[in-house]
Design a protein around this ligand. Structure first.
Ligand SMILES: [Zn+2]
Ligand SMILES: [Zn+2]
Length: 196
């Protein structure tokens, strides 16, 4: 585990949590298997199947970001990450093995703390256990994950499309996201209002 990168991920995400740690370790292991480093441009592509904490670590480590157009979100509610390299024409899919980081005592304490029923002792127990839990995730090996090369069609590189002005609201919108309605060019929100 690279602690400097972990600090960067924590700074970006805003707090330390197990979800961030899982995303972080997933990205590290997947990138090691692919034998790639952080993507300055669009060499790497990341596909995340959830929109929770771990995806922030993925953006920091892979350099794949929403804004660059090489970070794709599939709303599956699954802690699954796929990282692909254009240069190598290969992709690795990674997910935590079932129960790999299961910790019943931590779950019990978390429940007590979040419901406000925890004693002071339980609160400090929870904090200590949570810290150790996160450390364990960060130090975990491939044995805790399902990690494999997969075949996948790489998405096209991001293209810059021209903008046109919406005839109703006057705001520029990407041409491919506008519709023609009764001779007018409308942005998507305006076209929805028009159609009802
Ligand atoms: Zn978090
Ligand atoms: Zn409009």
């Amino acid at each position: 585990m690279d602690s400097k990168n972990w600090q960067k991920a924590v700074e970006f995400h805003g707090h330390v949590c197990p979800g961030l740690a899982v995303g972080f370790r997933s990205a590290e292991l997947a990138m090691a298997k692919l034998e790639v480093s952080r993507s300055a441009d669009e060499e790497l592509v990341a596909i995340v199947e959830n929109d929770a904490c771990g995806t922030d670590a993925l953006q920091v480590l892979t350099g794949c970001t929403f804004g660059k157009g090489n970070f794709f979100f599939l709303d599956h509610g699954k802690q699954v990450y796929t990282i692909a390299s254009r240069a190598k024409q290969r992709a690795v899919r990674i997910t935590v093995k079932h129960m790999a980081f299961h910790n019943p005592e931590l779950s019990r304490l978390r429940g007590a703390v979040s419901s406000g029923n925890a004693s002071e002792t339980e609160k400090s127990e929870y904090e200590a256990l949570q810290k150790r839990h996160i450390q364990n995730i960060l130090e975990s090996g491939e044995d805790c994950f399902n990690l494999a090369f997969v075949d996948m069609e790489l998405p096209d590189r991001a293209v810059i499309r021209r903008s046109v002005t919406c005839d109703k609201c006057g705001e520029p919108a990407m041409e491919t996201r506008t519709v023609k309605l009764a001779g007018k060019t409308l942005c998507l929100p305006c076209s929805k209002k028009e159609i009802g």
